[in-house]
Ligand binder design. Structure first.
Ligand code: SF4
Length: 292
């Protein structure tokens, strides 16, 4: 197997189990362009959204329920120490991939649900920052991957101030331009306005990365008017002094929750990315269904 195909296989393998760990799992991430160490803050697989394209397998019961900060920190310490010693690259799922293809890029607060709702987010952030300093990884990014719903919580706002001082980034999901499409795709009680307001407020304090998943629903790609409305929402953020660092446009890469959801073709994704690029002046990157 070539280096390229080994990396491709590592990319498609996003299982959230690593050794005996319960919460912390390294993956090869296309969007991070290297190793991202994920912290699963929703091992119970409960989410306040029910996205039609969600790739969390909720048919399998979860073995772990409550996130436990001490265990998370211990698992993270073990991985970071193993990276430091070098044996991380000669054991586990990455052992056949050359080390130079595996730069450690970030520690991602994510999971099988919404991380911003975790009640211990602030103390966990403090512990992770202190650990990365202690072990000599001050430059490694912290990433919070969020559906935006918990961003206005005071505890999250305080945690994001720590992110700001420690190479932290917020990657906020925005999959729609209109309330109706948002309801169709994200299926949540949280209002679209609330999500937009939360993203705006965060983006007024630091640059955000917007992550947008577009797909075919019953074999139909999103309407042109929906994409125009979506670009309008991004333009609203900029007009209100928000900063967007990057827009990541992607499609379904693994088995979605609903069978009527399927990936967009590469040119369809390109068309959306190009429309965003043309209308608003922010960097845009497309991630295709089955490419690096
Ligand atoms: S917000 Fe994320 S975890 Fe929750 S249902 Fe949507 S895609 Fe799945």
């Amino acid at each position: 197997m070539t280096d390229h195909s080994l990396v491709t296989r590592a990319i498609s393998d996003h299982r959230r189990n690593y050794l005996e760990n319960r919460f912390v799992y390294p993956v090869f991430s296309r969007r991070s362009k290297g190793i991202s160490i994920g912290i699963n803050l929703n091992p119970d697989k409960v989410c306040n959204f029910n996205c039609i394209y969600c790739q969390v397998d909720r048919h399998q019961p979860s073995a772990t329920h409550e996130p436990d900060i001490a265990t998370i920190v211990l698992e993270l310490r073990n991985i970071l120490e193993s990276v430091k010693r070098g044996d991380f690259f000669s054991t586990g799922p990455f052992k056949k991939i050359p080390k130079e293809r595996l730069p450690l890029r970030d520690i991602a607060f994510s999971g099988d649900g919404e991380p911003s709702l975790f009640s211990g987010f602030l103390p966990l952030t403090e512990e992770v920052i202190s650990l990365k300093k202690e072990l000599g990884f001050p430059e490694i990014k912290l990433v919070m991957i969020t559906n935006g719903s918990g961003l206005s919580r005071p505890e999250i706002q305080k945690a994001l101030e720590l992110f700001d001082k420690n190479h932290g980034e917020v990657w906020a999901k925005l999959d729609a331009g209109t309330e109706a499409y948002f309801r169709q795709v994200c299926r949540t009680q949280t209002g679209f306005h609330k999500i937009l307001e939360n993203i705006l407020q965060v983006s007024q304090k630091r640059p955000v990365v917007i992550q947008s998943c577009f797909m075919k629903v019953h074999d139909k790609k999103p309407e042109k008017s929906e994409i125009e409305a979506y670009i309008g929402r991004l333009a609203d953020i900029l007009a209100l002094n928000g900063t967007i660092k990057l827009v990541q446009i992607y499609t379904v890469a693994r088995k979605p929750t609903e069978e009527f959801v399927s990936p967009l073709e590469d040119p369809e994704l390109d068309q959306i990315a190009e429309a965003v690029r043309t209308k608003i002046k922010v960097p845009v990157k497309a991630y295709y269904h089955a490419s690096l």
